[in-house]
Design a binder for this molecule. Structure first.
Ligand code: PLP
Length: 406
């Protein structure tokens, strides 16, 4: 009889957003759902920009013509896209990353879940708390988690790096041994950004201990302040210790189109082996490449019109974030994020738990957000709102929150 992967049985609860969807569904069955404003899931709402749809149409026509048809894409990505990425996301920022260190994929979720496969089973994994759940769950599936403690909601083999208002939501270096360290900045869910000086501490730490940093830069396009690194490769020494994940979802609205990439520099070696060769092997074995038409759409994001149009979309969401953050702050809420990020991280009013605030916000103001505790124990007492909706919804949501007694 086939045995199952028992690690899956250790995954905790249903996925956060399924739990939220269930509560909203139940509420909608007995109330007028048209009033509900959704500031929960981090999905974009603006349509794809013109430069992108134009590239898609052109690529579709090419696929329908015998002379220009393409079959399987190269599994590491087409050169036209890898070159555009290397040029714009790295060389233009003074970072030494070449096209053959870039691996094109269908998005940062798959890459952030799959990257752990190139590491051995006994590595100790360190994650921020609160955290994007994929880093944790994918390592549980691979058996790196140890025993679950019901009282603390933690696993014995993970190292949790508390992120709170005290440390500006940027964790202190671990006291325990940590081999694989997941960092995400600008951060989901807290909306915090990390300075170059802070990030340098992590790079130095990894280079002195042999740890590898998996740096998720999915929200890089939202950085507005000076001195905030757009990529970890702006930090000296990062080529020797860091893998970086990127997504086209939040900068260019590709959540439904699917495109991302991962950088594994040639200088990143452990035990005498280039990690890049392992990731190339993994990619080549299990992945047949992002669709040609989607890679052409990705290329268009780097054209002069594409750059201008996607920057306008990001500016639109950032303006929502600014409105929500500024007005809630003025109304007496304690608010973080929303400056270099589309996420606003709110301290729940009174002593409400994250889920209590979720229930109150839904029942009293018909607003859906995300309970901070769903991202980890240190998210308890916090709440995430996203700026990915319509401006009118942001205005209406803020006005309802201000009128509601919690
Ligand atoms: N990484 C983080 C931190 C995210 O918040 C998300 C999506 O919300 C992703 C990765 C996934 O991005 P993609 O749509 O490219 O899979």
């Amino acid at each position: 009889m086939a045995d199952i992967n028992r690690n899956y049985l250790d995954l905790q609860g249903s996925y956060l957003f399924s739990a939220i969807a269930k509560k909203v569904r139940e509420y909608s069955e007995t109330h007028d759902s048209r009033r509900i404003i959704r500031l929960g899931i981090g999905d974009v709402t603006l349509p794809l920009c013109h430069a992108v749809t134009e590239a898609l149409h052109k690529a579709v026509d090419e696929m329908g013509n015998a002379a220009t048809f393409r079959g399987y894409a190269p599994d590491l990505g087409y050169d036209f896209l890898r070159n555009a990425i290397a040029e714009n996301d790295f060389k233009a920022r003074g970072c030494d990353i070449s096209a053959d260190e870039i691996f094109v994929s269908d998005g940062a979720k798959s890459d952030s879940g799959n990257i752990q496969e190139i590491f051995g089973p006994d590595n100790i994994v360190a994650v921020c708390d609160p955290v994007y759940p994929v880093y944790v769950d994918s390592n549980i599936m691979a058996g790196r988690h140890g025993k679950y403690n019901d009282a603390t909601g933690t696993f014995s083999r993970f190292v949790y790096l508390p992120c709170d208002a005290g440390n500006g939501f940027c964790p202190d270096l671990p006291k325990e041994k940590a081999d694989i360290i997941y960092l995400c900045y600008p951060n989901n869910p807290t909306g915090a950004a990390i300075t170059k000086a802070e990030l340098k501490k992590w790079v130095d730490y990894a280079n002195s201990t042999g740890a590898v940093i998996i740096y998720d830069a999915a929200y890089e396009a939202y950085i507005t302040e000076e001195g905030i690194p757009h990529t970890i490769y702006e930090i000296e020494g990062a080529r020797e210790c860091a893998i970086e994940l990127h997504s086209f979802s939040k900068n260019a609205g590709f959540t439904g189109l699917r495109l991302g990439y991962t950088v594994v520099p040639k200088d990143l070696k452990r035990g005498g082996t280039e990690l890049r060769s392992l990731w190339a092997r993994r990619h080549g074995t299990k992945y047949n490449g992002a669709p040609y038409i989607v890679q052409r759409a990705g290329e268009a994001v780097y054209s002069p019109e594409g750059k201008r149009q996607v920057a306008e979309q990001v500016a639109f969401y950032l303006n929502n974030a600014k409105y929500i953050r500024g007005n809630l702050e003025a109304a007496g809420f304690t608010v973080y994020g929303g400056v270099n990020s589309p996420y606003i991280w709110l301290k729940t009013p009174g002593n409400l738990s994250s889920w209590e605030f979720f229930d109150e916000l839904l029942s009293k103001a018909q607003i859906v957000g995300t309970p901070g505790s769903g991202f980890g124990a240190h998210g308890e007492g916090y709440f995430r709102l996203t700026a990915f909706g319509k401006y009118e919804d942001a205005v209406e949501a803020v006005s309802r929150i201000k009128e509601t007694a919690f």
